[in-house]
Write a protein that binds this ligand. Structure first.
Ligand SMILES: [Mn+2]
Length: 356
């Protein structure tokens, strides 16, 4: 039913805008580019079709994603500027369910909400995260699949039956590999996931090649991962590590790119923080590279069914999934930020375990 309505929206709108969460990961950019490419092909198929389509994503976009079809078409500006200038009548938001995930600054997010209501822009969210705190939209789709990529593939390729070639599938497989941790994490719909992935392998895509694009490292990555290993600590029942303000400021002086900083942090977190014995969960805290000594961002990781880390992340202004969540806080210093995180754990640990 929702898919039929979405189909009508896409067919009847004149200017369609696609977005996904800022500083995109493979699932975010993969789902955005797939939806963009599918609708663009639909427009191109029928001669004289007046519809226009754009994809706009805020924040840092890793250059390793540039091989994906449609990458060079991404409008890389503030979302609010794109909404004002392009004047879409349909906004499709992917891999997030609150405008604050798509537009980095809070006042800009509220400005977009204002524009949505004054300009009567139709809104669609397709997501797979927990739903609390989500924005009200005209169509909300979340079937709790492993990734937004799986959700959108189920709609456009499977349900609508739109022609999908190998280059259309590539962003989808990239996103699934990213969000499933290459099929590592608990997945309530594993048959559907492997069935979807079988389509991609039949089309000739290679898991090895795509995973290779996610795993390739520079010396700068190794240096950052090494620092995180050096700073690793254990406290009570959890592991944690961090980068100091001084270390991060030195990276800025050395012109280390933000995407390297971000991907090294993710690699350390996804591979180590929940598996240093005897603990099975933990967090990593790092200064925001653009504003050290002011903003600090962190992520929690846990093995499945142990603890609900979103209990902590939400109190720290973030969210996500029970075993994997993130947050960003403002603090006077790195130590102050770290103290806030520890205290949040101490105060809410019982509830977090109970909610597993
Ligand atoms: Mn995702």
């Amino acid at each position: 039913m929702k898919n039929i309505l979405l189909f009508d929206y896409i067919k009847q709108s004149k200017r369609i805008l696609i977005t996904s969460h800022f500083s995109p990961d493979p699932d975010s950019i993969g789902s955005a580019l797939y939806v963009y490419n599918m609708i663009k092909s639909d427009i191109d198929r029928s001669e004289g079709d007046q519809r226009e389509i754009r994809v706009c994503i805020e924040g840092l976009i890793p250059s390793e994603f540039s091989f994906l079809k449609g990458f060079s078409d991404i409008t890389h500006t503030l979302l609010v500027d794109c909404v004002k200038e392009y004047e879409p009548d349909l906004l499709i938001m992917l891999d997030g369910n609150n405008l604050k995930r798509f537009s980095k600054l809070e006042e800009q997010a509220s400005e977009i909400l204002q524009l949505i209501s004054t300009k009567s822009i139709k809104t669609v969210t397709i997501d797979h995260h927990l739903e609390d705190g989500r924005d009200d939209v005209d169509i909300f789709i979340n079937n709790k699949r492993s990734s937004t990529c799986e959700e959108v593939y189920g709609i456009f390729t499977r349900d609508f039956g739109w022609e999908t070639d190998k280059s259309d599938m590539e962003p989808i497989l990239f996103g699934i590999l990213g969000d499933t941790g290459r099929f590592l994490y608990k997945n309530g719909f594993h048959r559907e996931t492997f069935d979807t992935v079988s389509d991609m392998l039949d089309a000739g895509l290679s898991i090895e090649e795509l995973q290779g694009r996610m795993n390739s490292l520079s010396l700068a990555h190794i240096k950052i991962i090494g620092e995180l290993m050096k700073n690793l600590q254990q406290k009570d029942d959890y592991n944690y590590s961090y980068l100091s303000d001084e270390f991060t400021e030195k990276l800025v002086e050395e012109n280390i790119a933000q995407d390297i900083y971000g991907s090294a942090y993710h690699l350390f977190m996804d591979n180590y923080i929940r598996s240093i014995e005897p603990n099975k969960w933990g967090f990593v805290l790092i200064p925001d590279m653009t504003a050290p000594r002011k903003y600090y961002k962190g992520s929690f990781r846990a093995i499945s069914d142990l603890i609900d880390t979103t209990i902590f992340a939400k109190l720290l202004g973030g969210g996500g999934h029970k075993p994997a969540s993130g947050f960003k806080i403002e603090a006077q210093s790195f130590q102050a930020a770290l103290d806030i995180v520890h205290q949040t754990i101490v105060d809410n640990r019982v509830e977090a375990y109970a909610n597993k």
